[in-house]
Write a protein that binds this ligand. Sequence first.
Ligand SMILES: [Cu+2]
Length: 500
Amino acid sequence: MQALRVSRRVTGVRRRDLLKWSGLVLGQAAASGLPAPAQSVLTPLPGSTLPGSGAPSGTDVSLRISPVAVELDRAHILSTIGYNGSSPGPVLRLKEGKPVTVEIVNDTDSPEWVHWHGMLIPTQVDGTPEEGSPFVPPHGRQRYQLTPGPAGCRWYHSHAMAMDDLHKGAYTGQFGFVYVEGGNDPGNYDQELFLAIRDWEPFFSASMDDDDDNTHDGPLLEKPAVLDTHPDGLEVNSMTYSVNDKALGAGDPLRVRHGQRLLLHFLNASAIENRRIALAGHKMTVIAMDGNPVPTPQAVDSIFLGAGERIDAIVEMNHPGIWILGATEKPIRDSGLGLVVEYAGQHQQPQWIDPPRQPWDYTIFGKNDSGAHEALPPEQTIELIFGKIPGGAGKFNLWLVNGKPYPHENEFVLQKGTRYRLVMRNQTDDAHPMHMHRHMWELRSINDKPTAGIMKDTVVVPYFGRAVVDFTADQPGLTLFHCHIQQHMDYGFKALFRYS
Ligand SMILES: [Cu+2]
């Protein structure tokens, strides 16, 4: 199993002196012991109403797309495109079901689309070219209303195609959290943080360092009997990482006190990779995935996030010290993907402890009696078989759904009100984070291990593996289904669902 992955392993790692422990600035302290108001210690622009960008009155959400500089650390100041002068963009806090007026100003030379990932909203405001959403013209603006929902951790990002331009679309800094406030009760907590995992300075590479091995411990259900042995094409890679806009050790530490409870909202905002994350010395209790409360919260040693996925976790600060929260793979952590967590009164060097290496298993968070019953049995099943045509040296791979790249004409037609089952069969040697717009999936099995009650908008289909999801077709209009790895999406790995 591992041998298959060898060709995608990075052999040499660029090291750099990231950990400059001296000179760290005191962060915000939340020592009251009371549930804290919403705050984002690491993102400088909290709040949902942003009158500062010249928005006309009556605008609830104002986003300005423009060039920004991101200082990951003193040695790495990047030029990219962001929202409202930063990347990530502001954490937007909206109320479920309460319509908001959105104004987007585009200060760049390219048309842009702002997609509201995880929201159940019409195609007109979904921000997706394939669905026909209007674009924000270059040096123009766009104004519309949307009704946020469902409650929970959503996000917004560019949905422009990039193709071979690594300075466009999701490769840029155009991403941010949306927290839709509603009935979800995360319980008491002392600090709330929004942590976007991110890579920068993408480049084309014949090898990759990824965490996809983490998705498997069982048989390779979808491995073809005869593998295509043609050489793979180029993938997009990175060796520059951050949590929000800071490399490990460069930003303020997250300052905590013994006995506090943290509510951490994680987002994998990468355009290129799935990632595993841990907080050394601590377990994290996963309470929600993709913003939706899970039926069975579980404490785990590490979490796995496909590109586009979110996890909300509660962490009990019960192990005083100075710790690293970051990527479980050392080269990635050493290249910036992490954050220092510092207990009050502790002064030692930040510690890392490798968590036990276990495959990521969504199903442990599902209903305990998942296989026993089906509350809403599907009426129709749609098979989606993923394939890859290796591109060969210096070229790009082509990605197929049911034997062909995008576009598909009328293969996927939904009837309103019908309950569907999607059987995603991944006949490639990559784990793909598959996302469906404007609908919510119920995960039903991963590699034939059953589950129920886990509601998601993005599911990582293991390499040579299988994932089954059910959903009700209740959002008429074109609906994009795609891999959330930008290059895979751009080179064929997407399909439009229509309503009849
Ligand atoms: Cu993919």
